[in-house]
Design a protein around this ligand. Structure first.
Ligand SMILES: [Mn+2]
Length: 340
């Protein structure tokens, strides 16, 4: 789905101009695209003379990104901790569904609050009042660059850095398939405004704690292979989380799908972490995006599943062994070559 930015940019701008109090949020486990797009949009709205509140959302601000400018603009609250009725406009950035607004409670949008979704996920199902969903865009940050051009917003040094790093992170440093000539053009424009991105770009890709490596090691030593070694899962049971007294954030280091994807023989890989008994977080990858679409697998199996052809995630509410079997069953149902 591609919505027409030429048609929607003026509509979104007039909704902004008509509003008095605007809400922004970061999604769960916010990445540089979530944080960068929210901070750059906050700056743009300030330029337009608007009152805007960016809330941090469900997760804490990631330590590796602490040097990003204006991070103190965030209000450390999630959607359940604010009163949505205080706002007349909610710009929902980089979030494919209500579960990315908050997972701490039901997501209800009051009638008095207009909603606008601005996103690049193919699985977006927010159904806001206005939906600018450009699935050909690498990132929400790239989409905001275009939106700001339509609105004739001046992109300052801080905004340029925020948007560049959002693009950098969502394209895996311009390696993923979502990187287009337009992505490079936008990145080039941003780097002309602020070329001082190197240390933060390095920090995005390299910010482990010693404990992270230990957890990854445990996940790596748990790999199970199926369908003639074409499918591989790493399995991290809740027992290990208890044994090591890991927080949810620490346990999420056991999600190692990108490491699994480095193995050329493995066509589809998944990392399973049992966050609590019967709650399995699943992260899926394929390096063969022409042949497989892991977002289809994620959508078919779990709650709140979604993502991209090469990378997707979901949560399965089943016991660990059942979840594993269901995942294998869905994969072979969608791709008959894996039937054993
Ligand atoms: Mn994104």
């Amino acid at each position: 789905m591609t919505s027409d930015i030429h048609y929607l940019a003026p509509q979104i701008l007039s909704a902004i101009k008509d509003s008095k109090n605007i809400l922004l949020h970061c999604h769960l486990y916010p990445d540089p695209d979530s944080i960068g797009s929210v901070l750059a949009m906050t700056a743009a709205l300030k330029q337009l003379g608007k009152r805007v509140t960016p809330i941090m959302g469900d997760s804490e601000f990631p330590e590796y990104f602490i040097d990003i400018p204006n991070k103190d603009w965030f209000v450390t609250k999630n959607y359940s901790q604010i009163n949505p009725e205080d706002y007349d406009l909610f710009l929902i950035l980089d979030s494919s569904g209500p579960h990315m607004v908050t997972q701490t409670g039901d997501v209800v949008f009051p009638k008095t609050m207009k909603t606008i979704a601005i996103d690049h996920h193919r699985t977006n199902h927010i159904n806001a009042d206005i939906n600018l969903i450009d699935t050909l865009c690498s990132s929400t940050s790239e989409l905001l660059f275009q939106l700001f051009s339509h609105w004739k917003i001046k992109i300052d040094k801080d905004m340029a850095l925020q948007l560049f790093l959002g693009i950098f992170a969502d394209t895996g440093g311009f390696k993923y398939m979502n990187t287009s000539p337009e992505t490079f053009r936008v990145a080039s424009e941003l780097v002309k405004i602020n070329s001082n991105y190197h240390s933060l770009a390095y920090a995005i890709e390299n910010h482990h704690k010693a404990l992270d490596l230990e957890i990854m090691g445990l996940a790596l030593s748990s790999i199970e292979k199926y369908s003639n070694n074409q499918i591989a899962f790493s399995i991290f049971p809740y027992e290990l989380i208890q044994q090591k007294s890991l927080s949810r954030d620490e346990a999420s280091e056991a999600l190692i799908p990108d490491t699994l994807r480095t193995v050329t023989d493995w066509r589809i890989v998944a990392s399973l972490v049992e966050m609590s008994p019967g709650e399995i977080q699943v992260s899926l990858r394929t390096r063969y995006e022409d042949d497989y679409d892991v977002s289809k697998i994620a959508k078919a199996i779990g709650e709140k599943g979604g993502g991209h052809r090469g990378a997707a995630g979901t949560t399965i509410k089943q016991p660990l062994d059942t979840a594993k079997q269901s995942l294998l069953a869905i994969i072979s149902e969608l791709y008959s070559e894996f039937k054993e």
